[in-house]
Every structure is written in C-alpha cells, then in structure tokens.
Design a protein. Structure first.
Lengths: 327, 663
C-alpha cells in the first residue's frame, strides 16, 4: 500500500471539492478499494471518507418504487422488508454476493463502483489495459476461464463482478449523482461502460461526482422475479453465470420481461434480444430457450470460457422457469 | 530494513526488477515427451515397482479398463503464511520459525550458514497449519538470519499470500494412466499405474501417486511407474498425503469404472480383491480391519439405496448418486527421544523436540504422559517445538504420535521406576525392601499392589531425599521405514538417552517386538451421497462418511478432527481446488484465496467419522498409528464416483466443476 491522506467529510460539497483534487478516491465500506490499495492497483493520494454523508436511508417513492441511499449496506438492503416482498430479485442477488461480513460493510454505491476480479487486473506483474492503459491484455491469450463472452474487445475481456448490479440492470434503476454543476440522473444502462479501446474508463461519472441514491421504479409484477447464480462453490465466489429476471405474465402470456445476465459481460448485461423474444410470447420452456439463444447470440468465447455460453443459456432458462412459477 | 510491515511492503514495491525473458517451458501436457524416470522418491522411496508380467496379463484379461486421470497443481494454503524471526547474540542464532521440524531447521541452518549446530536455537511452539509446506525449508528461514546478521538486529520476515503461491512449495500436477485387467469374477489379473508429474529445474520432487497401488489390492501382476517433466515452475514438495491423495483418486475411480464394466457392486469389487497380505513386500499387515470399514460405511450411508444404473435416482430437481472408495496411508514411525521430569511439588514435565502443527500433539501426548506418570493431566506439562529438547520426529508422514508417543511413555515410566527404586532403597519408606514389580503408581502415589495401604506420595519420597526433581530420558530406535536411523552422535543428548534406555523396560519391550514380518498401514473407506443439478452442473454433497482403521484411537476429538480435515481437503480437491499458471509465461495466476478456492461451510455437510479402534499390537505398546493424512486419501474418488453414479458423466480431470459436467 502507498501512503495516503484520509479526509473525513461531513457534507456533499466538501466531498465533491475534495474529490476533485488529483488522485482522490471516495471510500465507504472499502471492501474493494482497500484490497486494491494493498495490491498497488489503486494508489490514491487522498481517500475521502463519505460515511458521514446522509445517504443511508431507504424510502418508498410515490410510484411504488424505492429510493436507496448510496451508503446503505448491502445486508440492510437485502433484508429490507419491502425489497424482500416486492423485489426478490434484488434481495437474492445481494445475498448471493460475497460473504456476510463483506455484505455488512459494503455499500450500494461501492457495489456500483466495484472493479473486475480478472486475475490479470489483480496482478501488477502482467499486462492489463484496465490497470495500465496501453500495456496490453494478458487475459486474451492467458487463463481466461472466468472472463467475459459479451461486450468484450481486443483490449479487454474482464467480467463485471457484481451480482447486485445485474438485478439493478434488470430493474431499470436510475442513479442519482451530484457534482460541481449540481445533480443529474444516469439511467442504469448508461452508468457502466463497455471496454472498447478504453477499458480503464469504467463508468460515466465526471470528476468529483458523487453517487447519492439509486431509484428503482415501482412495478406491478416485480414480485415475480428471481436471481440465479451458478458458481464453483456454494458461497463467497463470483458467478460463472447468473441471471436476473422479472416476468409480467397474464393468462399464460408474457406481457413484459426484464432480463439481465451476470458473469458473462464486461458490464452488467441487459439482455434486450431475450426480452424481445419473451415479450408477447407464451410463458413456456420453448420460449425461454429461444430467449436464451437470443441473449447469447452475440457471445464470443476465448480459450477457456466457451462453456459460459451454454451455461448462461441454461441459467437463464432455469431462472425464467423459476420466476414464472412464482405466484 | 523496515520498521513496520507496511514500510517493508511499500519499499519492496518500489524496487523495479527487469528480466531478460527467455522462452518458458510451462505446461505439463505439452511437454510429456520430455519425461524421464527419476532414480527415487523422497527418502529413497521406490518409483518403479513391478511384479509378475503386468502387460501380458492386462492384454489377455477378460475385462479391461484403461483410462487417464489428471490432477492440477494444489497449494497448501495454511492460514498462517511462512514466517521467520531471527536474532543473533554474538555467534548464537535464535530463530522462531513456522516449521514442521524444529530439528530439521536447526540442522539446515547449521549447514547452510556454516555455524555449529549447538549455536542454533529454533522455536516453533505453535504452527498455524503446514500440510507439508513447512516440512521443507524455504527462503524465508535463511533470509531472516542473513538479514539479522547484516543489520545486527532482530528481523521478522513474513511471506505474503501471493508469495506463498510462487516460492514455498505446492503439490505437483499429475497425468496418471491406470490400466486394470480382471477375470469375469472381478479378480484383478493386472494392475498398471503410470504417473507423469512435474518438477522444477532447480530440484527434483516425485509425487509417488502409484505408491499405494503397489499394496492396496491383491494382484499377481503389477507395474507401477513414475516419470517427471521439468517445467519453469517453483519446486513442488509434500502436500497432504503426497502420492496417495492424487494416486487414490486415479486408482479408486478406475476401480469404479471396472466395477461398472463387470456389473459388480463397487464395494463388492474391493472385497473380491482385498489384499490379505502386503503382496509386494510379502508381509502380513500388522493390523488390518478394512473389511469392517466397508461394512460400517455402507451401513451408515445406506449403500443399499444406490442404483447401479447411473442417472436413475432423483430427489426433486436433483439427480442422486452414491460413491465409495478405499483410503490408505502407511503407518510411519521413526526414532525419537523424550525427557521426563518429576518435580518435588508433584507436577511432571515432558520435553520432546517434535512440534504440534495444529493436530493435537500437545493434547494427545499429555494423555500419554499422564497415563505413564500416573498423574492427572493437569499435573503434566508437555513441552514441544524447541530444538534444545531431545530429538523428536518431524511432523510429516503422519508419524508424530506413533514416533514420540512410545519414548514419552517410556521416559515417564522410567522416571516412576527411578522413584520406586528410591523408595525401596530408603529405610524410612513404608515400601523399603519390596521389589519394584510388587509396587504400582496411581494418581501421584506409589503403593504395594497387594496392600494398597502401604503407600507414599511422589512428593513425600522426593522431599525426604531432598530432591527438587527426578529425570529420565528414553530413546526408541524403531523405524517402519526401509532406512535404519543413523546412530546418535557421541556426547549428544540422544546418545545419553540411548544409553539410559538400555535399562528402560518400556523401551526394551518396544524395541524387541518382532516387526520384520509385518507391513504397517492404515486403511479406511469413504462413502458419499451427492445431489447434482444436471442442467447447471452444480454439485451438492449431501452426506459424507469416513470409517477409519488407524489402530488405537488416542483421543476421539482430535482424531475425528484430523479425519474431518482430510475429508474437507478431499471436497476441495474433488470440486474446486486448483492452481492455474499463465500459459504464456508460467507465473501463478490464481494466487490468493479469492481465486484459489477452498471449500466454505456451505459446501460441507455434516461429516460423519467412525473408527474401528482396534489396537495395532506391532506398531508400538500404545497401539496407535498416525492419522494425519489418511482422511484425504480416497475421498476425492468417492465424490467423483458418486457424481458419476448421479449423472452418468465420468469426469477424470479434477476438479469436477459445472463447466465439465455440462459439456
């Protein structure tokens, strides 16, 4: 770890001002940032502690949705009674991530900002365009069993690691941020960036901008939702593949489906082609399989991760089958 | 030299090293053609073993199974990383080291630093896990004393988790071809087990995966071979039953495959081929209750519920499978020394230069000593992990209990014998003039056997003689290994103990036991029930049963704990553990506990451990064989066999992960 200055802030403006200084990083739970600092992957000069800012609440919105403070702990969100009742997909996604100890520390904002676990990003002895722009991508021809099959580029094939973000992608969340020019809203799908030629640019926040809240909309059918994660061990492990699904089914026909995939994309992966297949189709296995084929139609595999394409399809089919059975 | 860990770590990161890169030789399977036959394994172990005409018998066998099984590299991953503290006072060096052998470190430091052994003091009072990785000595143990000398101050050196993955040992990768030929009744006509593993360019280590195959089943024709390929990787070393753990995976899955071809129940096939004697050495087993292990395990798991046809048993969304396998590990014992002291305040002490690596050696040896001293355990202090103590066994090869138990017992009995003789010779004692064999010790007192009222306490006898302590030493020279122990150097504590042991009845009885006609092995059986989600490839271990035949169980809690640990290692090997190297430059890619997966609680069901608990009357007067490693043998195969029984999918390449099950 490099020496750094810890600055505790008590209001938004101070946080934003401090964060504008070169080499600043916000810290909330620190469950990812501290690891990265220990490994010399992140080397901030100032670490701005925002835990005293007033973003720890969860409130219900007039449209039936939820406004979630950026500092809400993952555990508190997962066990919130409204989340359990109305958004099981979000509760399940949160509880399938990390371990209880980490979930008790990790914040919603931090989870949005969490960085890839690609082993080559984590090891400063290897080339990584995300960590060291222009150095190359060792994962392309390296050990890439855990890497992405959707949204990759010749510069980066790192998987986005979050479970929570997969659920938020399916839920069409909106991210509230504050910066020097005031507040703005970022649709969830525009928050994370594809790697393209600039894999080190991971999100659309401007310098100094602070995430304050995440809104999820009220949806009449969100109780019929499910998150399914396939992984190498039963707990405390990132997804090989995962799926977040919400289904509005009336009379055996799917009115609307909201689908996102995890473990396969370079960002939380909204599966629009699958939704197109599902919307208006009958809720049966044949439809689910067609949706899964559509979801992965653009997938590109590498040396060790071809299995993810088939596994992701199966994961989506199972998640849809399970969600459809919820009454 | 840094003042804090953080300082040291940051400073080290500032050092930029540039390398001239040369082509790397990185993959085992790509370099099999460069395999060579090593002369011998660790400690001179045979690597090429044959009997009869294996190839001809295999070719003419009625039923044949021939498959290749592969296991990846594993890292020990003890929670405590390798660590050393070194301090010099003049010419004298004191080292606190995380080691499985204080005596080994003492000798190694003496040789490599060129200083007399008596100037080296090594401590390892508690060790946070070793699993073989601390049986070899790595750079930290040498660098800390060198730095301490250079800077004339104490130095502490702790490896990071990442460093442990590259420079502190590992289990080698293996490619194992197992060929089994049987007649139509299932009797094995030929067994061939050819292992190719890898080692580094700087040292040679052979993973003797075929070693158990030479004795586990009865067969007239056998061919066990080992070859090595040199790769640009760190040197491997013993890891959790080196040889047997990956070897029994291959052999015991092969037995399952043969059983299926023969349409014979896999447990029955093991009974048909039960080795009544050690056929390679042509010796009887000192004690073997393997058949009872099979029987008990089958009963406990409900083996009768197993369907012979794979993929035919369901519970809800899951396919259900049962699997079993045999466990085995040699019962090692080596020469060891101990010192016993009775104190005038009524407590007693044992000194022995072995160590407790977290297995319960302190606890179990306190029991042994308390029994022999005839004192309650709270009056007995067992001291280990100090190289100034009489030489005890290294904590490797599952040998500590069997090796140091007998001399600890003999030394304590020797001290009591001296005490009894003091009383006999003392006219003021009520026991004056009686014979030693007429007197017994019980709860801090000695009394006449036929007249318990004629009694004195240890304290009374010693006080009357004005003794503040009474010492005895014992050395037992028994070794179950082919090599005989070298004589103790003249004038050494071990030589003195050897001399004193000539009059020690317990040592004499132990050493004169006729062992030459016996082979010493522990056995066991694992039975597993798994649930498999066939669409997603996810495996859930539903039940896991281990039945072990390890001689006398000295302490049920520590013994159960040892076997449980081995079975959890087996779950790790079967389902997730593996180290990955970068295919381009050969550096370790998965070098922390987030990327090198070990089982978590959610992966592990309640573990059911049972013991036969029949004393081995030839290994030692205590009757216990070592227990450290047998738990991991066979278990991986039992899980793999259960997964096959559930799904009909035979995965011969560990670990069995979802991607392999759905392919």
């Amino acid at each position: 770890m490099e020496p750094f200055k810890l600055i505790r802030v008590h209001d938004n403006q101070a946080a934003i001002r401090t964060a504008l200084m070169a080499g600043s990083r916000f810290i909330a739970g620190g469950t990812n940032l501290i690891d990265l600092m220990k490994l010399h992957i992140e080397t901030p000069k100032q670490v701005v502690d925002i835990n005293k800012l007033p973003f720890s609440g969860i409130e219900e919105l007039p449209d039936g949705g939820l406004r979630i403070g950026a500092l809400v702990k993952n555990s508190d969100l997962a066990y919130h009674p409204v989340v359990i009742k109305k958004y099981p997909v979000l509760s399940e996604a949160l509880l399938s991530g990390a371990s209880p100890q980490l979930r008790n520390m990790a914040s919603v904002g931090g989870n949005l900002m969490q960085r890839t676990r690609c082993p080559y990003f984590y090891n400063t002895d290897f080339a990584c365009n995300k960590r060291n722009p222009g150095s190359g991508c060792a994962a392309l021809t390296g050990y890439n069993r855990m890497n992405a099959v959707l949204g990759t580029s010749d510069h980066c094939i790192a998987t986005h690691p979050s479970d929570m973000c997969v659920a938020l992608a399916a839920l069409d969340a909106t991210i509230h941020v504050q910066g020097t020019k005031g507040s703005r809203l970022i649709p969830f799908g525009e928050f994370h960036r594809l790697p393209g030629q600039t894999p080190h640019v991971e999100h659309s926040l401007l310098p100094g901008e602070l995430i304050t809240h995440v809104d999820i909309p009220g949806m009449s059918y969100s109780y019929r939702s499910h998150y399914l994660k396939v992984r190498d061990r039963a707990s405390y492990e990132f997804a090989l593949t995962s799926a977040a699904v919400l289904l509005d089914i009336r009379g055996g026909r799917i009115q609307k489906a909201d689908i996102a995939l995890g473990g396969v994309g370079t960002k939380p992966w909204r599966a629009v082609p699958a939704e197109k297949v599902l919307n208006g189709a009958s809720a049966d296995l044949q439809t689910y399989r067609a949706a899964a084929e559509a979801a992965l139609s653009q997938a590109k595999s590498y040396k060790d991760n071809a299995y993810k394409i088939e596994l992701a399809k199966r994961t989506l089919v199972r998640a849809l089958t399970t969600a459809a059975a919820i009454s | 030299m840094a003042e804090t860990f953080e300082q040291a770590e940051q400073a080290a990161a500032l050092i930029k090293v540039t390398y001239e890169e040369q082509p790397a030789i990185v993959g085992l399977e790509e370099n099999l053609t460069s395999a060579y036959k090593p002369a011998a394994g660790l400690g001179g172990a045979a690597t090429q073993v044959t009997r009869g005409e294996a190839e001809a018998a295999f070719q003419s066998a009625a039923v044949r199974s021939e498959q290749t099984y592969t296991t990846p590299v594993y890292h020990h991953n003890a929670m405590e990383p390798h660590a050393t503290i070194a301090q010099w006072e003049g010419d004298k060096l004191t080292v606190y080291d995380a080691t499985q052998s204080v005596m080994g470190v003492k000798g190694l430091l003496s040789v490599t630093l060129g200083i007399p052994a008596e100037n080296v003091q090594v401590y390892a009072l508690y060790i946070g896990g070793g699993f073989g990785s601390k049986g070899f000595t790595w750079a930290n143990t040498l660098l800390a004393p060198m730095a301490a000398k250079q800077f004339d101050r104490p130095v502490k050196l702790v490896l990071s988790r990442q460093q442990v993955f590259s420079t502190a040992g590992r289990r080698t990768q293996t490619v194992q071809k197992v060929s089994l030929g049987a007649d139509s009744t299932g009797k094995l006509a030929a067994v061939k087990h050819a292992t190719i593993s890898e080692t580094s360019f700087v040292d040679e280590f052979v993973e003797t995966a075929g070693v158990a195959t030479t004795m586990l089943y009865s067969t007239p024709n056998l061919d066990v071979s080992h070859e090595l390929v040199r790769l640009n990787r760190g040197t491997p070393c013993p890891t959790r039953a080196p040889g047997e753990a990956p070897g029994t995976f291959a052999l015991e899955v092969a037995m399952d495959e043969l059983a299926e071809q023969l349409k014979i129940d896999p447990a029955q096939l093991r009974l048909i081929n039960h080795a009544d004697m050690e056929e390679q050495k042509k010796k009887q087993f000192s004690e073997k209750s393997l058949k009872e292990c099979y029987q008990k395990g089958a009963e406990v798991i409900g083996w009768k519920n197993r369907k012979a046809e794979p993929g035919t048993l369901r519970e809800g969304n899951y396919l259900v499978g049962y699997g079993m396998a045999t466990a085995t590990y040699p019962a090692n014992r080596s020469a060891s020394t101990a010192k016993a002291t009775l104190f005038a305040d009524g407590h007693a002490e044992i000194l022995c230069g072995t160590q407790d690596i977290g297995t319960g050696t302190y606890t179990v040896m306190t029991q042994v000593a308390a029994d022999a001293f005839a004192l309650p355990p709270e009056k007995v202090k067992v001291k280990l992990g100090d190289s100034s103590y009489p030489k005890g066994a290294q904590s490797g090869g599952s040998q500590v209990s069997a090796s140091v138990g007998p001399p600890i017992r003999a030394a304590a009995l020797g001290a009591i014998s001296k005490l009894i003789r003091l009383a006999i010779a003392d006219p003021s004692s009520p026991l004056h003039g009686y014979k030693e064999e007429e007197i017994m010790a019980d709860n801090g007192k000695i009394h006449l056997i036929k007249e318990p009222g004629r009694v004195e306490t240890y304290v009374q006898i010693m006080n009357r003689k004005g003794l503040d302590k009474l010492e005895a030493q014992a050395k037992t020279n028994v070794s179950t290994r082919p090599s005989t122990p070298a004589p103790a150097p003249a004038g050494s504590p071990e030589a003195k103990a050897e001399e004193e042991s000539k009059a020690n009845k317990a040592v004499q009885e132990d050493e004169k036991m006729d062992r030459k006609d016996y082979a010493f092995h522990s056995f066991g059986a694992h039975f597993v029930k798994v649930l498999v989600d066939p669409d997603l490839g996810m495996i859930k271990i539903d039940r896991i049963v281990g039945v072990m035949d390890i001689g006398t169980v000295m302490n049920l809690k520590t013994a159960t704990n040892q076997i449980m640990g081995g079975m959890i290692f087996g779950i790790g090997m079967a389902l997730m553990e593996n180290t990955q190297y970068d295919p381009n430059n050969g550096r370790v890619v998965t070098r922390d506990l987030a990327q090198y997966l070990v089982p978590v609680h959610a992966d592990i069901p309640e573990i059911e451990v049972h013991f036969i608990n029949k004393p081995d009357t030839f290994i030692s007067p205590i009757g216990a064989r070592g227990i450290g490693e047998i738990g991991i043998t066979g278990i991986t195969a039992a899980i793999a066999n259960a997964v096959y029984n559930a799904t009909g999918k035979r995965v011969r390449d560990l670990p069995i992960t979802p991607d392999k099950l759905i392919s």
